[in-house]
Write a protein that binds this ligand. Structure first.
Ligand code: MLC
Ligand code: AMP
Length: 507
């Protein structure tokens, strides 16, 4: 009987009085207390009839209890399905239904709205608030402190993470115990994590970066987390002196650099800053080094693969590159059409293979076959170049995708929504450089002949249906979209036309 992921991440902390979580208010949670909470939560899952292999959909704010639910799912062999807190009821309806979740845990404030969604999917509904209260917690409180780990194979699912797609329909990436464990092991090694590390954790825990990278790495190494509800500049500046490491999306680093209080003295004791989820501009890398003396370590990953490449801990952290493949991970650049491997220095589609690569898309065998080849190579959708010394540079995207503040936005999904709005004949959605979010969303709308669009009604509908981070930040009405002779919309033209929309105006 074994459960490799539970054993590697959690079992060695059982009974340990060492601190695992430092909260913003100064309170702390020991490993022993955290694991007792996880065991009670696992018993609560059992009491609800949630069985190994079942999915638990989780739409809650970041809290120690929410993290304990993750640990409980791993221990109980239940598939953890975290959902972005920004998702609207309409978006959640799809995820809960598609995953066939046995249990849906949501914030108490949304319980009424989520009732019909859970009922339609045949899921039980429980609540958990950011302060740890809720109907799930009430049930957890009555449970015994011990739960025996459920046996799992490395190939069993540990988590299901939805990622949007170019067709507009989200796909559930199935991540196994081995996927998560092999990646955490590689990162602990490469980034030299130890039990002395204190990681400033301001990322959400519903995505790969905050959950599988920052949290799993810390658990495996036995360090602790300064566990913040979100990235709040004042809190980060206040608590940074207590940390040894930090992980973030590029927006974290540009926001820090925008504040003069962030200087060499404040980060003198830090050993590592890691960036990922979106391109870190070389100029940010350089400005960071000039201000603090630290060279940010940039790595590259995806929901489907966790982390693939990293700049080296020792050696050249090359600005503008994502470094070298992690141990056990292979990377190659191929012709997007023929899939023939290209020579070093040539730009093409990046493929990766290794124990980190997911098992496939939930109940989408065809989609899985399109992107995950039978020989294990996964087609990332990112355009890259591999230099002769092995360094990889992501030069663009072969997929139509906007990354805003580390969140992925697929234009197709927004276009499908906009095309359905009254008076809209067609639409095109493109990204443009944004000083805070890296990129942000522009919508171009074409009205039906003779129609005048009610933009405020469209905006109101968007706030009902689309998560806030996906909503267009700039809307333009045009008589027609630019098309080539084949009739294909020329998004590159639109991107060029609106490239400066979010840039600060010269005074
Ligand atoms: C929030 N808002 C955003 C946004 N985040 N808009 C665009 N892009 C974003 N990323 C909007 C909200 O809808 C709201 O709009 C307003 O900003 C204020 O919300 P907030 O929650 O107070 O925002 P803020 O705290 O400023 O959040 C920005 C952020 C956050 C960058 C700190 O988005 C964040 O933590 N991003 C990290 C994402 C992440 O973890 N990605 C990893 C994916 S895994 P309004 O209109 O309602 O006022 C992955 C694999 C890998 O990619 O390689 O790691
Ligand atoms: P997600 O689907 O949210 O996991 O996002 C994965 C995508 O984020 C990748 O396919 C890349 O396009 C992008 N990404 C992640 N890390 C980096 C990075 N360091 N540089 C450039 N793009 C990145």
């Amino acid at each position: 009987m074994t459960n490799p992921l539970y054993h590697a991440l959690f079992a060695h902390h059982e009974g340990s009085s060492r601190v695992f979580l430092h909260l913003a208010d100064g309170s702390m949670t020991s490993y022993a207390d955290f694991l007792a909470m996880a065991d009670r939560t696992a018993n609560a899952l059992g009491a609800l009839g949630v069985a190994p292999g079942d999915r638990v959909a989780v739409h809650v704010e970041k809290s120690p209890q929410a993290l304990a639910l993750y640990a409980a799912c791993i221990k109980a062999g239940v598939v953890f399905l975290p959902l972005n807190t920004a998702y609207t009821a309409k978006e959640l309806d799809y995820f809960v239904g598609d995953s066939g979740a046995a249990l849906f845990v949501c914030d108490p404030s949304e319980a009424e709205a989520m009732g019909p969604i859970a009922a339609a999917a045949g899921a039980q509904l429980k609540t958990l608030a950011s302060d740890g209260r809720g109907t799930l917690t009430d049930l957890v409180a009555d449970q015994p402190d011990h739960f025996a780990a459920v046996a799992r194979d490395g190939d069993d699912l540990a988590a299901l993470l939805y990622t949007s797609g170019t067709t507009g329909r989200s796909k559930g990436a199935m991540l196994t115990q081995t996927n998560l464990l092999s990646n955490a092991q590689a990162l602990v090694d490469c980034w030299r994590f130890t039990r002395d590390d204190v990681l400033l954790h301001a990322l959400p825990i519903f995505h790969s970066h905050g959950l599988f990278v920052a949290t799993n790495v810390t658990l495996l190494a036995g360090g602790s987390l300064i566990f913040l509800p979100k990235f709040d500049l004042e809190t980060v500046l206040r608590l940074l002196p207590r940390a040894t490491t930090m992980m973030g999306v590029p927006t974290f680093y540009t926001r820090l650099l925008d504040d003069a209080r962030f200087d060499a003295a404040l980060s003198a004791h830090m050993r590592l800053f890691v960036s990922g989820s979106a391109p870190l501009l070389a100029e940010t890398h350089k400005a960071f080094e000039a201000r603090t003396g630290h060279r940010i370590l940039e790595r590259y990953g995806m929901t489907e693969t966790s982390m693939n490449t990293s700049n080296p801990y020792d050696g050249d952290r090359r600005a503008g590159t994502v470094g070298l493949p992690l141990p056990g991970v292979e990377a190659r650049v191929c012709d997007p059409e023929t899939r023939a491997e290209l020579a070093p220095g040539e730009i093409g589609m990046l493929h990766v293979r290794g124990p980190n690569v997911f098992k496939g898309y939930w109940q989408m065998p065809e989609k899985t076959r399109e992107e995950l080849q039978a020989d294990g190579w996964f087609i990332t959708g990112d355009l890259a170049r591999i230099d002769t010394d092995g360094y990889i540079t992501i030069v663009g995207r072969g997929k139509d995708l906007i990354i805003s503040g580390g969140y992925n936005i697929y234009p197709k999904e927004i276009e499908m929504f906009l095309d359905d709005q009254p008076g809209v004949k067609e639409s095109a959605v493109v990204g443009a450089p944004h000083p805070d979010f890296g990129e942000s969303v522009i919508a171009v709308l074409v009205p039906e002949p003779g129609e005048t669009l009610d933009l405020s009604a469209i905006e109101a509908a968007a706030s009902e249906d689309l998560a806030g981070f996906k909503r267009p930040r700039h809307v333009v009405v045009m008589e027609a979209l630019p098309r080539n002779t084949m009739g294909k919309v020329q998004k590159a033209d639109l991107r060029a036309q609106f490239a400066a929309v979010f840039q600060p105006k010269a005074s």
